[in-house]
Ligand binder design. Structure first.
Ligand code: ARG
Length: 459
């Protein structure tokens, strides 16, 4: 097909090169943004007297028709076109004639594609943030139901101190709140319109960039035209934020996989989110969680890919920049899929509080509380720590737990012990006494839940 840009060059004749050069396979998803941007451009050109109102109306009418036909499927994207921008302009000219050729006045594909990408990703930010909120809500609901369910908390994956399952889940809710915040922050810098930067240097036409930005709901315009067409920081920032989010989802997935194993059995995932094995009839595999964990790798890869593509590029636009799309689209699509599967998986899992409590009863996770008990009776912490260690060693040697030792046995270690020690090492008491802000007591977890709910209810 004849290229619209044939001028000094006769146009690519090698079909392999043509295919290599084309981006329509992956940029056709920008058609709505492209058409909306073009309508604003036509309106601005008329407002500045660069086109007549009739010409602008003809352009907008034609564009609206193309949008409706693409939406309904009446018009198919032509894969032989170089990119979505060329496709829309070509169809427009076919439909409304010569005036269609006036649309590209005071504009270049360089500012056009940067505009489309920003518009597209701004919309995606809204969707991503709604999905993150839904996952936070699911976590918070389960946390509320289990704000008093005792389980072992771990460090180094060794049983450490008792916590509640609600407290545990709220830790993930906090991570996701930061993800929301990062997304909102990167959206701020995305909300800057590059249209009107043209190829790189601006234009000799008397355009109104601010009008166009306003029509397209941008908060500001790019202040330097060379930066405007070559900036892809907004893609990098979004992929960075999404990579960090995927770290969180991957860690949560890892917990779900461990907890669903026979070694833990703290949870049972719903059948809807587990698969069987083709040869082992007893298997319930946490495939969805494993896939979320696995997909974190491709999102990090998408970020690395674009960082590497951009790092040596001279100003301003270079065709390398066409490589921004597949990675950032893939990152967004992948994260959305992961969020969509995580929220209902969390909401439907069965929590085995019996197994959590049984695990909490072994592993001496109340040893710190026993040491603190001695400290309250005047022993320096280091001495109390050592003495408690000796008691734990005795229990391990005899296959017992701290709760099993008699008062006489305790008193053989220190006369400071009295009957109250059993209350001090009661797991419920250990949890309830951790009243410090952010701690694991029921009241503290309730505050965390209320805080998170108030943040996600905002806007
Ligand atoms: N398809 C191109 C891209 O995605 C559009 C911009 C092309 N500009 C150009 N000067 N060839 O980057």
């Amino acid at each position: 097909m004849a290229k619209m840009w044939t001028g000094v060059t006769a146009g690519i004749t090698d079909p392999i090169a043509d295919d290599f050069n084309s981006s329509i396979r992956f940029d056709s998803r920008l058609y709505r943004q492209d058409i909306r941007g073009s309508m604003a451009h036509a309106a601005m050109l008329a407002a500045r007297g660069i086109l007549t109102q009739e010409e602008s109306d003809a352009l907008c009418g034609g564009l609206a028709g193309i949008l409706a036909d693409l939406d309904s499927g009446a018009l198919q994207i032509d894969p032989a076109c170089e990119d979505i921008h060329m496709f829309v302009e070509q169809v427009l000219t076919e439909r409304i004639g010569e005036v269609g050729k006036k649309l590209h006045t005071a504009r270049s594909r360089n500012d056009q594609v940067a505009l489309d990408m920003r518009m597209y990703l701004k919309d995606e930010c809204a969707e991503l943030s709604a999905l993150i909120r839904a996952l936070i809500a699911a976590l918070t609901d389960v946390a509320e139901a289990h704000k008093a369910s005792i389980m072992p908390g771990y460090t180094h994956l060794q049983r450490a101190q008792p916590v509640t399952f609600g407290h545990y889940l709220m830790a993930y809710a906090m991570m996701l709140l930061r993800d929301l915040d990062r997304l909102a922050d990167c959206r701020k810098r995305m909300d800057v319109s590059p249209i009107g930067c043209c190829a790189l240097a601006g234009t000799t036409y008397d355009t109104d960039r601010r009008m166009e930005a306003e029509l397209l709901d941008f908060a500001d315009i790019a202040m330097n035209s060379m930066d405007g067409v070559s900036d892809r920081d907004f893609c990098l920032e979004l992929m960075s934020a999404l990579s960090i989010l995927m770290v969180h989802l991957s860690r949560l997935s890892e917990e779900l996989i461990l907890w669903a194993s026979w070694e833990f059995k703290f949870i049972e995932l719903s059948d809807a989110y587990t698969t069987g094995s083709s040869i082992m009839p007893q298997k319930r595999n946490a495939d969805m969680a494993e896939l979320v964990r696995g997909k974190s790798g491709r999102v990090f890869g998408d970020l690395m890919g674009l960082l590497t593509t951009l790092k040596g590029l001279p100003l301003a636009y270079n065709k390398d920049m066409q490589e921004d799309k597949e990675g950032v689209f893939d990152a967004v699509d992948t994260v959305k899929m992961c969020l969509r599967v995580m929220a209902p998986m969390i909401a439907t899992m069965k929590v085995r509080t019996d197994n959590m409590l049984a695990a909490a009863r072994t592993g001496f996770i109340n040893a710190t509380d026993l040491a603190d008990y001695l400290v309250r009776r005047g022993l320096p912490f280091r001495t109390a720590y050592k003495l408690t260690g000796e008691l734990v060693a005795k229990c391990i040697a005899e296959g017992r737990v701290l709760e099993d030792l008699t008062l006489e046995e305790y008193r053989a270690f220190s006369p400071l012990f009295d009957g109250e020690l059993y209350t001090a090492i009661d797991l419920r008491v250990c949890v309830d006494k951790r009243l410090s802000e952010g701690g694991t007591s029921v009241g503290s977890v309730e505050k965390q839940i209320a805080y998170v709910r108030s943040v996600i209810a905002d806007d």
